[in-house]
Design a protein around this ligand. Structure first.
Ligand code: FE
Ligand code: FE
Ligand code: ZN
Length: 284
């Protein structure tokens, strides 16, 4: 089963987001838990959430991948920024219980000159503060491009964070194809080897979601500029192999490509075709 959708820009409520995704041909999606640049979260309408839950159950949606605001920096040097990160994540995780059992993805953060090791420890500290035994949400660390002082640009750094988290069963990883490519992992010509490396360093059972993006830049550029599927340096063939890879079967694929709904509709249709063709090949 292929679960695919896009990061929806809609902010008209949960039911509206799901309806838009059905229009786009998708069966999962991502959304910001609040304004991507931070700020207060909107009040949730319980009637909207109820309609939404019925709709996605009927339509057989895969797990959703909520995204924390970009401004959240769990390893900021300034304490007030780390307090903001803790408060925001704790509040978001609380709200996520209205739609239980889904994913909450966040960027590990930027160490802003403190060094990677300090960054890793601070990120783990935030997670050890906010994770609860009661939560049904799995929190995902996103693999990063290693731009500037970003932490999480290598599988090793992600693994080091996970090692320091106490409630490991609440944690997973979201692999962003643009980010790992920009980070120096050759998913275009050596996908099997990259996934083997992921398995060796982190463990494939921790891989819970894929952000499916092409990249405007060369492998190892550490830039993080997403391109539409097939319009970047990774290319359609390679991204289709990602979608069809047996090791990634059943996990949600989220497009974060620079598009409008028409563009995402076309990309979703294209990748569904590629998946169907890949399945046929596998079954020969
Ligand atoms: Fe992201
Ligand atoms: Fe991403
Ligand atoms: Zn990105």
């Amino acid at each position: 089963m292929l679960y695919i959708g896009n990061h929806t820009s809609s902010s008209k409520g949960y039911e509206a987001m799901a309806k838009q995704m059905i229009k786009n041909g998708g069966n999962t999606f991502a959304f910001f838990t609040r304004n991507p640049r931070g700020g207060k979260a909107k009040d949730i309408d319980p009637a909207d959430v109820e309609k939404f839950r019925i709709l996605i159950r009927e339509q057989g949606f895969g797990k959703l991948v909520a995204h924390a605001p970009y401004t959240l920096n769990a390893c900021a040097a300034k304490e007030n920024l780390r307090v903001f990160a803790k408060e925001t994540m704790a509040e978001d995780l609380n709200r996520m219980e209205l739609i239980p059992g889904n994913y909450y993805n966040f960027h590990p953060g930027s160490h802003v000159g403190q060094g990677t090791q300090i960054g890793i420890e601070k990120i783990a500290d935030v997670l050890n503060t906010v994770l609860t035994n009661e939560q049904s949400t799995t929190v995902l660390l996103e693999t990063m491009a290693g731009k500037g002082s970003e932490v999480g640009g290598t599988f090793e750094e992600i693994k080091e964070i996970l090692d320091l988290v106490e409630k490991k069963d609440k944690m997973g990883v979201c692999l962003d194809t643009c980010h790992v490519w920009d980070g120096g992992y050759d998913i275009a010509d050596h996908l099997d080897e990259v996934l083997e490396e992921f398995d060796r360093v982190i463990g494939l059972k921790r891989l819970k979601a894929i952000h499916l993006n092409d990249s405007q830049n060369e492998m190892g550029s550490h830039k993080d500029r997403h391109a539409r599927i097939g319009e970047g340096k990774i290319g359609l063939k390679a991204l289709a192999r990602v979608v069809c890879h047996p090791a990634l079967e059943g996990i949600p694929f989220i497009l974060e490509t620079p598009n409008d709904d028409d563009g995402w509709t076309a990309e979703i249709a294209l990748l569904k075709d590629q998946y169907a063709a890949g399945l046929e090949k596998r079954n020969l």
